[in-house]
Design a protein around this ligand. Structure first.
Ligand SMILES: NC(=O)c1ccc[n+]([C@@H]2O[C@H](COP(=O)([O-])OP(=O)(O)OC[C@H]3O[C@@H](n4cnc5c(N)ncnc54)[C@H](OP(=O)(O)O)[C@@H]3O)[C@@H](O)[C@H]2O)c1
Length: 249
């Protein structure tokens, strides 16, 4: 990554988005912070600018306003004079599984935010990065996408689908020198997980942000963060179905 290149952080009000924005600024990247709560983003931008030498802009972004995505992305690219170098995508929703099972509108909204809006932005980003022949895309998926568990399979399915998109996009853009990193966090201490039962080995958003940027530097395909989730998920994937169906995971 060039020290002065511009990065767009989508979902920058999220716990991990904030941590990523701070680390990217510390590395010298000019930023656009995008999200729904522009007041909160403006406060974050001011704080980052005070602590670093970089310029930080704020843009409104609503994942469900699909028709606005093309103009939004084009304007972000334009802001950096066509030289947008990195895209980090952090927006997502995780309603309770039991609620999403009973309320299809809720399940559908999660699918649209976690999967469809990502496809919409990634399609636009792919064209930009393909032409630019440099840069990176890093997207927060989840270990929940590795295997459907009864406690979280609807959310997990949105992340599994997104991981499949990233896998194909990685091959497409590798030929143009662009890296596509699929970041799969375990449990992270953010608004998304606050007060939820059954959490263990909970990581800080900053530890995840550090792992994401290391993964980008090393052009890693998939980053499990913290690292031990790679081993945990390998075991969970390997559990035979006749055993898996007896577990209350
Ligand atoms: N926390 C975990 O344990 C964990 C584990 C694995 C993966 N993840 C994934 O990591 C990502 C970041 O999560 P987090 O834990 O940092 O969660 P968070 O703090 O709850 O942030 C969620 C973000 O998504 C944004 N968002 C939700 N709906 C949106 C919409 N319709 N349009 C635009 N933005 C929308 C929120 O914006 P507002 O501020 O406007 O609500 C917020 O910025 C998510 O994709 C999540 O699925 C989280």
């Amino acid at each position: 990554m060039s020290e002065t290149s511009g990065v767009l952080v989508v979902g920058a009000t999220s716990g991990m988005g904030r941590a990523l924005a701070r680390r990217l600024a510390a590395e010298g990247h000019a930023l656009i912070l995008a999200g729904r709560d522009t007041d909160s983003l403006s406060a974050l931008a001011t704080d980052i600018e005070v602590r670093s030498e970089v310029k930080v802009e704020v843009r409104a972004f609503e994942a469900l306003a699909f028709e606005s995505h093309a103009a939004f992305f084009a304007e972000c690219v334009e802001h950096f004079g066509g030289e947008l170098h990195g895209l980090v995508m952090c927006h997502g929703q995780m309603p309770e599984q039991a609620d999403a099972e009973r309320d299809f509108a809720l399940a559908r909204r999660m699918i649209e935010v976690n999967y469809i809006s990502h496809v919409s932005l990634l399609n636009l980003a792919a064209i930009h990065f393909e032409a630019r022949e440099a840069g990176f895309i890093a997207v927060l998926t989840s270990v929940a996408g590795d295997r459907g568990r009864q406690s979280n399979y609807l959310y997990g399915s949105t992340k599994a689908a997104l991981s499949a998109v990233l896998s194909g996009l990685r091959v497409r853009l590798a030929k143009r020198g662009v890296s596509v990193v699929d970041v799969r966090p375990g449990f992270v201490d953010t608004q998304l997980t606050w007060g939820r039962p059954g959490m263990f080995l909970v990581a800080s958003p900053d530890a995840v942000a550090r792992d994401v940027l290391r993964g980008v530097r090393r052009n890693r395909a998939v980053v499990y963060t913290p690292f031990f989730w790679a081993g945990i998920m390998a075991i969970i994937r390997a559990i035979p179905d006749f055993v898996f169906r007896r577990l209350s995971l």
